[in-house]
Design a protein around this ligand. Structure first.
Ligand code: HEC
Ligand code: HEC
Ligand code: HEC
Ligand code: HEC
Ligand code: HEC
Ligand code: HEC
Length: 496
């Protein structure tokens, strides 16, 4: 057989390296083709095709080079043994059989490795993999996700952006995560905000289009007091979710922050970005800047590296891993009648039973049952008999929402993961809109109760309904004087 390449190529080491490189290259081409044909972006496919396989390709080429170098050295020192390939003659039946066998095995092997790596890829991309591989660790995130508006959106769609930078980032952080789970080094709960796989504006904007934010959205809140009759109050409001685009409707509104025409920068004092003493807005059109800060904040202490540009996640930090507070959980169950609001003190005892400190979920669920049943049998023995069914139903409902929102083993609950939308149970919008952030010219970031929502109607207990399309003045459900205007709501409502 005639050798078409220099003799130093023909040695086992070089041939092994070259086959490894060729195989990797073939797989890369195959995955790239798949990616091009697939309708959605497939981030993990990228990791394999652009990070993992090229590494093998390089290693293969390296091995081949080492083989050539060694062979070359040998030829210089004159120690080279002439190595001939076995002669292949297809007219010889033995040779023919061997050739067919060899070719068939090679083709099969190639097919299987392509299929195998595709399967492996599909699996690493699945929500099951993301959410359950580290089961106990990610269980809270996975459970909350399964019950959220984004339950049908894959983890990777939010957590891994497109582009090579993201592939590398997620690969590194994934490797670290595997290490920390194996060696029990992870923290409970998983800290938030996450730094390496933090979703970004670009990921949300794959599906939501800021230009399309306009108009208003009607929302109704039912809440109950912790008194014996569970006094009910209702509030109907229009949330002004506009702000994107003036062609489609009013351009003022909540998504004003995301308007392409301006940029909002802020400086948080803590890791979880709950305390914000300094805010700057820059108009992209005029370049005009305005700085708002709380009184007494010394801007010279500001560390420029910690300044953040506001994006979707600064408000929507819980779009899918939502751990709800016990108050609105119970309020909602009572409003739809799953918990009977005629049971005395049910709102109060339900919230209290969920908020106790538990170490394990099974203990928590048992304790909730015992606490509520005991409360009625010791305070309302007659009711405990007569309304046993209603009390049992209430217990089951509370246990159910507890399971979905509290994860004592991982120390996960609403207090550790404040939701930045709203302002009742955590600072949320009032991180900036607390009426305490002033500009040098004396302007203030507004706390006006009607800039973000128009309160259309409010009713407390059986008082007459207050109703106006221009917005009614808010009345706090219990009389606390002017405190609700002067303080942030979460001062009293964060459960601390
Ligand atoms: C709709 C987008 C979206 C989807 C889908 C999504 N996440 Fe998240 N995830 C987020 C956001 C936003 C955060 C909070 C990030 C921050 O504040 O930095 C987050 C945070 C996390 C955290 C850190 C702990 C925490 O709760 O803040 C983990 C772990 C996590 N996600 C895992 C997952 C897993 C597993 C899946 C799929 C089962 C998933 N995510 C699906 C948007 C998403
Ligand atoms: C792959 C597409 C996709 C991505 C990526 C995505 N979303 Fe969504 N989102 C949806 C869909 C679909 C719905 C509507 C769900 C429904 O109404 O049941 C939705 C609903 C929402 C809602 C309304 C929720 C409610 O309570 O009605 C908000 C807010 C939201 N998304 C924010 C975000 C943010 C913030 C991100 C980025 C972290 C994001 N989304 C990423 C598809 C997506
Ligand atoms: C200043 C805070 C803030 C920022 C920044 C923000 N949002 Fe919102 N967004 C809100 C609030 C408040 C609501 C209404 C809350 C609700 O629906 O419960 C909302 C509602 C939405 C909805 C639901 C709209 C509907 O019709 O129900 C979507 C989708 C959404 N936001 C996506 C985004 C995306 C994508 C971004 C980034 C480009 C973004 N938001 C940036 C505060 C914000
Ligand atoms: C990081 C600080 C910050 C946070 C957090 C924040 N805002 Fe703002 N917001 C601003 C600034 C600054 C302005 C502009 C004030 C001005 O120039 O009058 C503004 C203006 C607004 C406006 C008026 C827009 C217009 O059309 O004039 C609305 C509505 C609004 N914000 C809603 C919200 C809501 C709802 C939230 C919570 C989900 C929120 N904001 C959270 C900084 C913030
Ligand atoms: C910067 C914007 C903003 C301002 C200013 C604001 N709110 Fe809100 N408020 C919101 C948003 C956003 C929600 C909706 C939260 C949600 O969807 O759960 C909300 C929800 C509420 C709720 C319902 C809370 C619940 O869960 O039961 C009440 C009550 C309320 N606001 C009262 C007020 C009052 C009173 C003021 C004036 C002192 C005020 N708001 C000022 C943004 C604002
Ligand atoms: C000084 C403390 C304080 C402040 C500040 C405060 N509240 Fe309250 N709020 C209370 C108390 C006390 C109750 C009665 C709680 C109960 O009976 O469960 C209550 C009850 C409520 C309820 C009905 C019960 C519930 O838990 O949902 C709503 C709604 C409410 N407050 C909204 C607000 C809003 C909105 C703000 C800010 C604009 C605010 N509160 C500020 C003390 C406060």
């Amino acid at each position: 057989m005639k050798k078409k390449l220099p003799l130093s190529f023909y040695n086992p080491v070089t041939l092994t390296g070259a086959s490894l490189a060729a195989l990797s290259f073939g797989l890369i081409l195959f995955l790239m083709l798949l990616q091009a044909l697939s309708p959605e972006p497939k981030p993990y496919m990228g990791i394999i095709a652009f990070v993992l396989l090229p590494a093998f390709l390089l290693v293969g080429l390296g091995i081949a080079a080492v083989g050539i170098y060694k062979e070359h050295r040998k030829s210089i020192t004159g120690k080279r043994i002439e190595r001939k390939f076995p002669l292949l003659d297809l007219n010889e039946p033995k040779h023919r059989r061997a050739f067919i066998l060899f070719a068939a095995i090679t083709i099969l092997l190639l097919l299987f490795s392509a299929f195998g790596s595709y399967q492996a890829y599909e699996y690493t991309d699945s929500d099951e993999f993301c959410g359950t591989i580290c089961h106990s660790v990610m269980n809270p995130e996975y459970t909350a996700y399964k019950n959220s508006p984004h339950a049908r959106v894959g983890c990777v769609n939010c957590h891994i952006g497109s582009g090579a930078e993201w592939y590398v980032r997620s690969k590194f952080s994934g490797a670290y995560q595997v290490y920390s789970v194996l060696f029990n080094k992870y923290s409970r709960p998983i800290p938030t905000p996450i730094s390496n796989l933090r979703p970004a504006q670009e990921t949300c904007e794959q599906c939501h289009w800021p230009k399309n934010f306009f108009s208003e959205k009607k929302v109704v809140f039912n809440s109950y007091l912790s008194d014996s009759v569970n006094t009910k109050s209702t509030l109907t409001m229009l949330l002004k979710i506009g702000g994107g685009n003036s062609e489609l409707g009013t351009s003022a509104g909540i998504h004003w922050h995301m308007n392409i025409a301006n940029k909002v920068l802020y400086y948080p004092l803590d890791e979880s970005r709950q305390t914000i003493p300094w805010v700057k807005i820059i108009s992209n059109e005029t370049g005009k800047e305005e700085i708002y800060k709380i009184k007494g904040f010394d801007a010279s202490k500001l560390n420029p590296d910690s300044i953040r540009t506001m994006d979707c996640i600064d408000c929507h930090n819980r779009p899918t891993h939502i751990y709800r507070d016990p108050y609105s959980l119970v309020d909602n169950l009572m409003a739809v009648g799953r918990i009977d609001n005629k049971l005395p003190y049910i709102r109060s005892i339900a919230v209290e039973s969920m908020e106790s400190q538990y170490t394990r979920k099974d203990i928590a669920l048992d304790s909730i049952k015992i606490k509520i049943a005991d409360f009625y049998s010791s305070n309302y023995p007659y009711l405990a008999e007569k309304e046993k069914d209603k009390i049992d139903t209430a217990i089951r409902q509370i246990q159910n929402v507890y399971s979905l929102n509290y994860f004592p083993e991982m120390r996960v609950n609403w207090k550790y993961f404040p939701n930045n939308i709203g302002h009742l149970y955590s600072p949320g919008c009032f991180r900036c809109h607390d009426g305490q952030h002033y500009s040098d010219s004396g302007k203030v970031i507004s706390k006006d109760c009607n800039i973000c929502h128009t309160i259309l109607a409010q009713q407390i207990d059986d008082e007459p309904l207050k109703l106006s399309l221009n917005g009614v003045n808010y009345t706090h459900p219990v009389d606390i004087g002017n405190s609700w205007k002067e303080e942030n709501c979460d001062n009293c409502h964060s459960g601390k």
